[in-house]
Design a protein around this ligand. Structure first.
Ligand SMILES: [Zn+2]
Length: 672
């Protein structure tokens, strides 16, 4: 029987793939990749850039394709069987990648090329690739004695299992909880559309009444609108205590194990901490610099945050005689106060943001800026009937990229929104192989009476993920490992965050923000209010982001071996950033997937870091016109198409003419 994953394919052959194909495909692809590596090390010719560095770069391509299909499925359309396969193959994959990075013969050849670097006539991209390959070995123990190499392998295998387990626990805890409501009065305050969605959810599970879950599209509206304070408290505590119940899905041990193993790994390699290790390859470079950055913003944002909190507490007291504002009151009263100040709520805006219109809008923005054209196509194999596919071409009709879009929540999809790819971009044998990019989101579904209408937050999320998408689509580099979003972590959010800025501009909104029933363009008055309200509670929001960044650094910036209790360590890290009273039943760390499952460890600060970049970059567009083609082209040519081929600061300065300034962010956030 032929395995579709092992045949060469352009678009991923989802309809032919069965779960039983994955494991053999992984085994075979790993074996083939090993043979390719052997061919490099057994080469009797002297090591050269081409026969060693480039050969290594283009090895294991089949394995990469199989992995991207599989792990994208495990995020967007998983089930127990796929999760089991993931548990089985993840150790095999880290074993394989460790085998490469600890392959002495291979490292010897790479080092030989690296040592003669100054005599080689390399392009800038080749130079970057050589550095990256060399470091991927030295940072993975290539210079270590055998016993330490062995320990490193054990740690990596263990870490990959723990990270998977962490994520599965969060998903299990999210799915295990539901707030079942049978008395309609308990939904007082909820907009009709939200009630309808909750009723639908109950119906789908053969239950009476309404269901509210811990998925964002269900959780967020309830916290924002439901009058019933006790139920808000109940839901908020359930949301905040994922992985913190002392049951089979508890993540406390996993958190401690992950932090300690990461630290041990860093020490083995000669770094003082995991953060030092990680930040060596970041724009920020050191933990000291990150702390300095976070604390500078904290000093500037805290007075504003405290002012906002006091105002919110006074407001809740006036309105409902609430004496002490709690976590579960925040979004409810903030929404009410926002309504009072701006008379602008999501429900007023949502009719102007029908999903299909927003998609057309983001495509239009990309067309005006970068000359891209999007055509929906129906002959591409997908993993779920809801996934849409688009063919992207440039002004001359050249094929640029394939784009998959998967917008709505399903039980097998993890929460949040992300960009990913099924095929990378690269140039080989004179051919520029174009990428297959995907956006996966969890947007409110349509109901029998209404199309999918996005909240403004969902609109900016869509633009954000699409910005990552553009980084992938417009990639134009030779080597796949330097292509698209393969950049330093604290640079990767620039393309995504900068795109969000267009959602606040009249000129852009007029392109797509049209009422789903009347077709009327969003009124100027609403646009003004969107802009004015955009910085509402910006101080509190900044404080919250900084608290996550500081928590991340608290887990990774120093020796964690003395941490006995996850919750008290967290409380200590949060000191100075918390406005609400603590709730002993909740814990952020046990569901902090970004840093314990994803790749953001010692990198959460990069959201704010990138905000500085994006505010500064967009100030340039504002100055010259938000659809100024010249600026857009500079952005495309120096940032979007360049991937990680050069140091981000160099690329940025080439686009902007100067280094980014923190003032642009403070000004936009109204914190100056
Ligand atoms: Zn992002």
């Amino acid at each position: 029987m032929s395995n579709p994953l092992l045949q060469s394919f352009d678009t991923a052959p989802f309809s032919k793939i069965k779960n039983e194909h994955f494991k053999p495909a992984f085994m075979q692809a790993i074996e083939d990749a090993r043979a390719e590596i052997d061919a490099i090390t057994k080469n009797t010719d002297a090591p050269t850039f081409i026969n060693t560095i480039e050969a290594l770069e283009f090895s294991g391509q089949q394995l990469d394709r199989v992995s991207s299909v599989f792990f994208n499925l495990n995020s967007a359309e998983t089930n127990e069987e796929i999760q089991e396969i993931a548990q089985e193959v993840s150790p095999l994959l880290s074993e394989f990648s460790n085998d490469i990075t600890l392959n002495e013969a291979l490292f010897k050849r790479i080092k030989a090329v690296y040592d003669q670097k100054s005599e080689l006539d390399l392009t800038i991209e080749q130079d970057t690739l050589l550095d990256k390959k060399y470091k991927s070995f030295s940072r993975n123990g290539a210079n270590l004695p055998d016993d330490k190499k062995k320990r490193l392998r054990e740690i990596d295998t263990e870490l990959s299992k723990l990270k998977l387990k962490f994520g599965e626990n969060v998903l299990a805890e999210t799915n295990a909880y539901e707030l079942h409501i049978t008395n309609e009065k308990e939904l007082d305050g909820m907009p009709e559309g939200e009630k309808e969605a909750a009723a639908q959810m109950a119906k789908a599970k053969d239950k009476e009444g309404w269901l509210v879950t811990l998925d964002y599209p269900s959780y967020i509206p309830f916290m924002k609108y439901a009058k019933n304070r006790e139920l808000r408290k109940k839901l908020s505590l359930a949301f905040g205590s994922k992985g913190f119940h002392g049951n089979a899905y508890d993540n406390q041990e996993n958190v401690l194990k992950i932090a300690n193993l990461r630290h041990e790994r860093a020490i083995l390699l000669g770094y003082p901490s995991h953060a030092h290790f990680v930040l060596e390859e970041r724009m920020a470079e050191t933990p000291e610099k990150v702390h300095e950055f976070l604390n500078e913003l904290l000093v500037k944002a805290k007075p504003a945050a405290e002012r906002e909190f006091k105002e919110l507490e006074d407001f809740a007291k006036d309105l409902d005689s609430i004496d002490h504002l709690q976590k579960w009151d925040g979004s409810y009263y903030a929404e009410k106060l926002k309504q009072k100040l701006f008379d602008l709520d999501d429900e007023k805006l949502k009719p102007y943001f029908k999903l299909e219109n927003v998609i057309a809008g983001v495509f239009k923005v990309a067309e005006k800026l970068f000359g891209l054209k999007f055509t929906e196509v129906y002959d591409i194999d997908t993993y779920h009937e809801e996934v849409k596919t688009f063919r992207i071409t440039d002004e001359k009709g050249n094929f640029i990229s394939l784009f998959y879009a998967d917008f709505h929540p399903r039980p097998g999809k993890r929460g949040g929104a992300w960009m990913t790819s099924f095929k990378p971009q690269y140039i080989k044998d004179g051919e520029n192989v174009r990428p297959h990019i995907s956006n996966v989101c969890n947007f409110t579904r349509s109901t029998p009476s209404k199309p999918s209408l996005l909240t403004f937050n969902e609109v900016t999320t869509l633009f954000h993920e699409f910005g990552h998408g553009l980084h992938g689509m417009l990639a134009n580099t030779t080597y796949p490992s330097l292509s698209g979003t393969s950049v330093y972590w604290d640079f990767v959010e620039l393309p995504s965050q900068v795109m969000e800025n267009w959602c606040y501009e009249k000129e852009a909104l007029e392109l797509f923000a049209k009422h789903y029933e009347t077709g009327e363009t969003i009124p100027m008055e609403l646009i003004t209010k969107i802009k004015e309200s955009a910085t509402f509670h910006e101080g509190m929001a900044t404080l919250r982001q900084l608290s996550f960044g500081l928590l991340d650094m608290a887990w990774h910036g120093a020796d964690p071996s003395n941490i006995k209790d996850v919750k008290s360590h967290e409380t200590e890290a949060f000191k100075g950033t918390q406005l609400y009273p603590d709730t002993p039943e909740t814990c952020m760390s046990t569901a902090f997937s970004h840093i314990f499952q994803g790749g953001y460890s010692s990198g959460y600060y990069s959201y704010k870091w990138a905000e500085v970049l994006d505010a500064d970059a967009f100030a340039y567009f504002k100055e010259k016109g938000i659809f100024n083609k010249e600026i857009a082209t500079k952005f495309k040519e120096n940032v979007l198409s360049k991937g990680g081929t050069e140091k981000p600061m160099v690329l940025y300065k080439r686009f902007r003419g100067a280094e980014p300034k923190v003032e642009a962010l403070l000004e936009r956030a109204g914190l100056l």
